[in-house]
Design a protein around this ligand. Structure first.
Ligand SMILES: [Zn+2]
Length: 332
C-alpha cells in the first residue's frame, strides 16, 4: 500500500519539485549544488552489467544533465567556488560543480569527450595508489565473486549466510554489498583475498581504472581539477588505525601532486564516512572536502564537509527527475 501510494505521488511531486524547488529561487547569499557521479557507461558496454545500477549514468543522459545544468546554474570548478568563498570574492547566486569519484577509466572514455564538447569543468577524485593498477574496489570484487558457482561460494561462511536461495540479480547483489559495509575494510579485504585465492581468481584482464597518462591528460585539458579520494579507498572511520588514516589522507595528496605536477587541494571521503580524526587530518592538508549526504552549500557551510547530490541513471534520466533531485525537497 505504502509503495503504491509512493508511486502515485512521486511523479507530480517530482514535477512540482523541479518547478518550484530551491534551484528556482534566489536566496540571501550564493549557493552551490555539487553533483556526484561515478561511472559513465552506455548499456551496450559489457562493464554496465557488472556494475551496481546506482553507480552509472549513461552518456546521453550525462549530456542532457550538462545541458540542463547550464540552463539553471553557473557551472564552475569546485575549487574555484571554494577559493572565491574563502577570499570573499563575488560568487554567482546559483552555482553548480560536477564531481567524479574513484577514477574510473570510463570517465576518460565517455565523460571527458562530452565535457569537452559542452565545455563544462569537473573535479575528479582519484584513489592515488590504485591509479594505473588492475586492482578493483571491494564491491566490484564481490560482484565478481558472485558470478562463481553457488556451491563454491557456500564454502565461505561469511558469504554463505548472505546468499539465500534465490538467484542473484543486480538488486540482490547491491543489498548484499550494502550489508557487508558493516565490516571494517581490513577484515573485508582479508576475506575477499582468501576467497579469490581459493577460487583461483586473478586480476582482471583489462584495467577498470584510469592510468597516470589519462589522468594527466584530463588535468592538462584545463577542464578537470584532480582531488584526492585517499590512497586505497579505506573508509575513514574510528576503527581505522590512526597512522593508516593519516597516511591515506596525506600520502594520497603527495602522490597525486608529484605525478601530476599540480597542487591537490580538494578531498573526498570514501563512502562519505568520516570521524572527527578524519576531519582533522583532512583540515590540515586540504582546502575543502566533500561528503555523500545530499544538500546545498552556502558560504557558511563547513568546507571540510560539503554535501553533494548523488545522481545515477535510475534517479535522473529526465530533466525533471534531475531538477527534482536538486530541488532540496527531501521526498524526491
Ligand atoms: Zn569512492
Amino acid at each position: 500500500m505504502k509503495q503504491a501510494l509512493k508511486k502515485i505521488v512521486k511523479v507530480p511531486l517530482q514535477q512540482a519539485a523541479a518547478r518550484f524547488g530551491a534551484h528556482r529561487r534566489n536566496a540571501a547569499g550564493p549557493r552551490l549544488w555539487i553533483l556526484m557521479y561515478h561511472r559513465i557507461l552506455p548499456p551496450t558496454d559489457p562493464r554496465y552489467a557488472e556494475e551496481e545500477p546506482g553507480m552509472i549514468v549513461e552518456p546521453d543522459t550525462f549530456r542532457m544533465h550538462l545541458q540542463t545544468l547550464k540552463r539553471h546554474f553557473t557551472v564552475m570548478p569546485l575549487g574555484e567556488w571554494v577559493e572565491r568563498a574563502r577570499n570573499d570574492q563575488p560568487l554567482p547566486p546559483k552555482a553548480c560543480a560536477i564531481t567524479f569519484d574513484d577514477g574510473w577509466l570510463d570517465n576518460y572514455e565517455y565523460a571527458f569527450p562530452i565535457l569537452q564538447q559542452e565545455q563544462v569543468p569537473a573535479t575528479l577524485f582519484a584513489v592515488s595508489h590504485m591509479i594505473g593498477t588492475r586492482e578493483l574496489f571491494w564491491p566490484n570484487r564481490i560482484v565478481r565473486l558472485l558470478q562463481q558457482p553457488r556451491e563454491r561460494l557456500r564454502e565461505f561462511p561469511w558469504l554463505a549466510e548472505l546468499l539465500g536461495e534465490e538467484d542473484m540479480d543486480a538488486e540482490r547483489s547491491s543489498q548484499l554489498i550494502y550489508s557487508l559495509k558493516s565490516l571494517p575494510d581490513h577484515e573485508l579485504l582479508e576475506r575477499i583475498d582468501k576467497a579469490e585465492a581459493e577460487l583461483g581468481l586473478t586480476a582482471p584482464e583489462h584495467p577498470v581504472l584510469l592510468d597516470w597518462h589519462q589522468l594527466a591528460e584530463m588535468a592538462e585539458s584545463g577542464l578537470f581539477e584532480i582531488g584526492s579520494h585517499t590512497c586505497h579507498h579505506f573508509r575513514l572511520r574510528e576503527t581505522l588505525p590512526a597512522e593508516v588514516l593519516e597516511r591515506e589522507v596525506s600520502e594520497s595528496k603527495q602522490r597525486l601532486e608529484e605525478r601530476l605536477e599540480r597542487p591537490v587541494e580538494l578531498f573526498c571521503y570514501p563512502n562519505g564516512d568520516l570521524c572527527p580524526q578524519a576531519r582533522e587530518a583532512v583540515f590540515r592538508h586540504y582546502r575543502a572536502a566533500v561528503t555523500t549526504c545530499g544538500g546545498i552549500c552556502a558560504k557558511n557551510t563547513d568546507a571540510m564537509q560539503m554535501p553533494r547530490y548523488g545522481v545515477h541513471q535510475g534517479s535522473a534520466s529526465t530533466p525533471i527527475q534531475l531538477l527534482a533531485r536538486l530541488s532540496g525537497w527531501p521526498m524526491t
